[in-house]
Ligand binder design. Sequence first.
Ligand code: NAP
Length: 487
Amino acid sequence: MICVPIVATTNRQARADMKKAAAIADLVELRLDYLEEPPEVEMLLDDRPLPVIVTNRPVREGGLWEEDETRRVAHLREAISLGAEYVDIEHDAVGRLRDRLGTRVIISYHNWGETPDDLHEIARMLVGAGGDIIKIATLAKRVCDNFRLCQLASTTGVATIVVGMGPCGTPSRILAGKFGSYMTFGALSREFASAPGQITASQLVNVYNYRSINKDTRVYGLIGMPVGHSVSPRMHNAAYRACSINAVYVPFEVDDFDAFTRGCRSLEPAGFSVTIPHKEAAFRLATQVDPVSRDIGAINTLRLNDDHTWQGTNTDCRAAVDSVKHAMGASSLSGMRVLLLGAGGAGRALAYGFASEGAAVTIANRTNERSQALAAEVGCNVVKWADRTEADYDILANATSLGMYPAVDVTPYPREALRPGRMVFDTVYNPRLTRLLEEARAEDCPVVDGLEMLVRQAAGQFSFWFDREAPLEVMRRAAVAGLDEFA
Ligand code: NAP
């Protein structure tokens, strides 16, 4: 079930928001403590569009109710007498409720400082306090806290709600349905989140396919830092929906890669995309890697084998090459001169990719030693960064981060040096039309944007995991929608 918290400051607005929530939610949580006027409980519950949890959270548990405890609980009693489906009360105040009539009582525990080690003890304490349902909401300081919360949900013997609060806790909200949490919380809209890290109900349904998640759903995800603005969840989940695959793709904000890969086993993960800064660590973890990815020394995709070993591949390389070939309508890049700007992670993938196609690659990188080292590995040429406009090319490929949001006014290559009619490829995808591509177009150069590579590397991951062709157009539309939303 998806519950939308109603955090309006007036009774009138709260009623209006309950109506809006009915379009997406299964129930609402009426947060009386957010009201800046006396709660009109009877008016709020009258003719309500959805079942309701009535909550009046005190400041000591992270809520906004500052007035006296007797009045606080009196509002909950009133909700019970009016037939509210649920009331939520803190574990230390449940004794004050007295008669519950037909209302189900959620006994809750909040910890805004951490996800403590003794979650099972806390659950036992809440069960002992006599609730119909228990709720444990704790700050997820590390992504691994999600794993303990998720595991807890099905082991308490009573209906249990678990919530990892904070940006690191988002996976617990998405995976609630898989692990048997009684419900998850999703905001009515971004500005109405009642807890940090809370995503919207609309994202739960439309991005994460929450309604289809069950205990058999296979878990995939993105490991990186940061991952908040990634469009990968949109692309992959859209592909699962289009192909009727029972899987979900979750963003994991990971600082400690090794701790994550040890701890994540409880999620029974099937595979991960890997992004900055963990691509080299992922490479070291994988016991099976294809030859090109081994040469690159970094992977962006992991798959968990049946014997619990990890298999890895790098889909950036093929994606970059295919993007350019597709745009040029070429079956081969053999003999083409590629001027590659950048020798970082993307630069390495492109250098190996273009070289493996038989292209003549010249690398220019701000730090010359880096381009020299890469060129020596790949077997290609180098030009100093300051001299990059002197090298002739058929394809100019930017694999530096120059031009990327927010520094969108920057370009890695001066407009006056662009050669009309020559292909310009930018790996930067946010913004989609970088300054480099805008100027290239103005100079009559055909262009390929980083979104094309982004979609193709995701499609490569899909194929690696599911051994079937990816729905490229579905993934492209999802990526564009995600970037448009960001813009
Ligand atoms: P990275 O490993 O950190 O490399 C950054 C590159 O940019 C290095 O070559 C660096 O040169 C250069 N650079 C940074 N600041 C510079 C400056 N002020 N002047 C000149 N050069 C500068 O990052 P990465 O993973 O390779 O990513 C690079 C870009 O590729 C990013 O924009 C990323 O979004 C994009 N990318 C796109 C896709 C896709 O699917 N479209 C996939 C992967 C990456 P130094 O060596 O001198 O530091």
